[in-house]
Design a protein around this ligand. Sequence first.
Ligand code: MBD
Ligand code: FE
Length: 286
Amino acid sequence: MTATTNEGRTATAAASGASATERFRTDKSPYDAVRDVPKERVDMLAREVLDSVYETIRRNKVTYDEYNALKAWLIQVGEDGEWPLFLDVWVEHVVEEVATEHREGNKGTIEGPYYVPNSPDAVDNTIPMRDGESGTPLTWNGTITSTDGTPLQGKIELWHADADGFYSQFAPGLPEWNLRATFHANPQGEFEIHSIQPAPYQIPTDGSCGKLIAAAGWHAWRPAHLHVKVSAPGHELLTAQLYFPGDPHNDDDIASAVKPELVLDPQEQPDGSVAINYSFVLDPEA
Ligand code: MBD
Ligand code: FE
């Protein structure tokens, strides 16, 4: 099953997977980082992961048919370019948990596969969108402060899917920076953002991740979410997502990335728009 954008173009898992893989290679320079991991650490981590695989095979008496099904599926994940999607959906949340457990400020959550750095500054505090972009208009006010209460003149990079669940630069037919922008707080740390409310989101189901989901009888849904990266000089970068109360998938997010501290309290306005107030607290760099 493939999904169709509202321009009628076909969005395939393999195409968005290829974009996510390319994005990752460009932004994260993983091989430089790997060179610096001590041999002892690689040895221990690789052995522990393999030991847990052996344990699963023995306990469940895994057959050759099952082993070959796994092998075929792993080959397919690579061919589909779905390693970024697979890892960010099923593994990243624990890495994020460990990386941020020391923080006293804002809770964060996973980045996911669809961040693009250096989004242009918003014009009139409004995210770029198409004429007649569907979705409830959203006005968001808040502040950025340090853990000691000092206002921070920081910035917020915001990105989210459209009402059909598509991200610009990962699905065809969307303007390059649609629903992606950088917003700046004033010297009092205050910011204002205008966008639209995103819809619940299904990860691509026509590729290898979708095959796993179908074979296991899982679902592919993430609750509606706004992605942010919040930064200020001398402070740790905060990567987070914000969610809407009452979303049926807040309790069973396929990516396990919802935390109660990240659920908004939207107020419906007389004109049909929604107002939200959510502020960020950043931890000073150690
Ligand atoms: C998304 O939009 C997302 O945020 C994550 C974590 C995984 C897949 C798609
Ligand atoms: Fe997302």
